[in-house]
Design a protein around this ligand. Structure first.
Ligand code: FAD
Length: 496
């Protein structure tokens, strides 16, 4: 499969040329001002090629790089890791976890060893690059494969679309500043090289730094969650965030409290229950009186939230029960964090709401020069990244138009009133559950002249949610939607 940009230039087979081009771009960059390519064109013409900085080479950054180049732009991808994949780069053991159990340093992936995808592979993959067991380099052909298989898929994607040459590995973006002329000064630091920094100018910046690495920690009466707190009243047990969880063995014969009800909390509590003496799940959305032994387990209970913790090691739940515990595992999610952006980004981040973002992508004041790929959650991430990237690429070249600032602000306000109507907290601003994701995806697709999300994918996503609720322990190995799998595989034939 060759990749052809809008100017008809094939990229897929040009593995020799692209790295050279990337090097040329780097060599030309320096820190001196460079005239934007768009300024060489008559004002009435769309700008076909911009020099763009992409922050991150996870699934979002890779999708963005591909779409931006396909549109004719020149992206440079900054990645602080030594490889592509972001979240899917398993780090074992969690670096510095012993010294930093709550994950304050937050620079590594949050995967645990046993992790299998929670979406079927047919649903999960990019739209025109199927994540099927028919792919050449498949090792784990399961429908819900282990994390290594997802990394292999992203590596295949990078290879197939010739993206490696665009990525500057082990290079962290530490600052993004808007210059007077409207361009963006990007400061980066080459890791491991005496912290040397470099500043270059870009026409626009696309932020793809992910939002699963900065732990969010629950706060509970008793100052339970301040790990440095000492003294007779401090809870003496060990606390850690799921960000640092890898394998169950360290919890052998221990009493563990898992806070949370997300996919990670469910997986990790089951993982730990295989070796622990007892596992107690504290779920703040459970009714206050909840204290239930979990079906199929003789050592796992579901409770309402923790009420308080005591200096003798006892943890008291709101349901009135209490337990002396060894460990509290916070599966309490993550925070959006853009430490490299300053005030000139014009966004604020408060309680996981990135504000104001038109369609969860563009800060209105500086659109389209600054954009974010991958902010929504409770979604099928890869196809959404792909469509957002297509949209951003088309807008940057002037092929697709943005509405006026006032219209964009009206749209953002509509998101907030929808949130209020649902009674959702601010931190759910970018939560797409409740069917919104497909409406959003299809809107993006329409803007880009792309077909809507396939009907089978929508149906399969719903079927998986239903199956997960019905078979929480076995949904990854037993299902009833083989008919949809057949439809998907038929559909995929056009990409092979
Ligand atoms: P990331 O994968 O986090 O990539 C961001 C990249 O940016 C990283 O490589 C990082 O090093 C880099 N970066 C960050 N800051 C800088 C900087 N300043 N300078 C340079 N580089 C920087 N999704 C699914 O589809 N299916 C699943 O089954 C699934 N399971 C999941 C399980 C867990 C435990 C978690 C945490 C997530 C899961 N997800 C799943 C969601 C997953 O995060 C997305 O699929 C996707 O990988 C996110 O990609 P991303 O590019 O947005 O972010």
């Amino acid at each position: 499969m060759n990749e052809t940009n809008r100017d008809g230039i094939a990229h897929g087979s040009s593995t020799e040329k692209r790295p050279a081009e990337a090097r040329r771009i780097q060599a030309n960059s320096g820190s001196q001002l460079r005239k934007p390519l768009c300024s060489l064109l008559p004002a009435s013409m769309p700008s076909p090629s911009l020099r763009l900085a992409v922050v991150g080479a996870g699934a979002a950054g890779l999708a963005a790089a591909r779409e931006l180049r396909r549109e004719g732009h020149a992206p440079v991808v900054f990645e602080r890791a030594a490889a592509v994949g972001g979240t899917w780069l398993y780090a074992s053991p969690a670096p510095a976890a012993a010294a930093d159990p709550l994950g304050a340093a937050a620079t590594h992936s949050s995967l645990y060893a046993s992790l299998r995808t929670n979406l079927p592979r047919e649903v999960m993959g990019f739209l025109d690059f199927p994540f099927t067991a028919a792919r050449g380099s498949v090792v784990d052909a399961r429908r819900f494969p282990g994390h290594q298989e997802v990394l292999r898929y992203l590596e295949d994607f990078t290879q197939r679309f010739d993206l490696y040459g665009l990525v500057r590995f082990q290079t962290e973006v530490v600052g993004v500043r808007r210059e007077a002329g409207g361009r963006w000064a990007v400061t980066s630091r080459k890791l491991g090289e005496k912290g040397e920094q470099d500043e270059e100018l870009y026409d626009a910046v696309v932020v793809c730094n992910g939002h699963y690495s900065e732990p969010r920690v629950a706060s509970i009466p008793g100052d339970l969650y301040f790990p440095t707190l000492t003294g007779a009243d401090a809870w003496p047990g060990k606390q850690m965030h799921s960000h640092n969880y890898r394998v169950p063995e360290p919890f052998l014969d221990q009493v563990v409290i898992v806070i949370g009800a997300s996919a990670s909390a469910v997986d990790i509590s089951r993982d730990i229950a295989s070796v622990a003496k007892e596992v107690h799940i504290a779920d703040r959305s459970a009714p206050t009186s909840t204290c239930e032994q979990q079906p199929e387990y003789d050592n796992m209970w579901l409770h309402s939230m923790i009420d308080h913790a005591q200096g003798d090691g006892t943890v008291v739940f709101q349901d009135g029960s209490s337990i002396k515990a060894d460990v509290i595992m916070h599966c309490t999610g993550y925070l959006y964090d853009f430490p490299f952006l300053g005030d000139d980004s014009t966004i604020t981040v408060d309680d996981n709401c990135v504000d104001p973002l038109y369609k969860h992508v563009f800060p209105i004041e500086v659109a389209p020069d600054l954009s974010f790929i991958g902010v929504p959650w409770k979604v099928i991430p890869f196809p959404l990244f792909e469509l957002q990237s297509k949209w951003v690429a088309g807008i940057l070249s002037g092929r697709i138009k943005l509405p006026s600032k006032d219209e964009m602000m009206e749209d953002v306000k509509a998101i907030y009133s929808r949130l209020e109507t649902r009674g959702w907290p601010k931190r759910y601003t970018h939560n797409f559950s409740g069917g919104y994701q497909f409406e959003y995806d299809d809107w993006l697709a329409e803007q880009c002249g792309h077909p809507p999300i396939e009907e089978w994918r929508k149906l399969m996503y719903a079927a998986n949610a239903k199956n997960k609720a019905a078979r929480p322990e076995r949904y990854r190995d037993e299902w009833d939607d083989d008919g949809l799998v057949a439809l998907a595989n038929e559909d995929f034939k056009k990409y092979f």
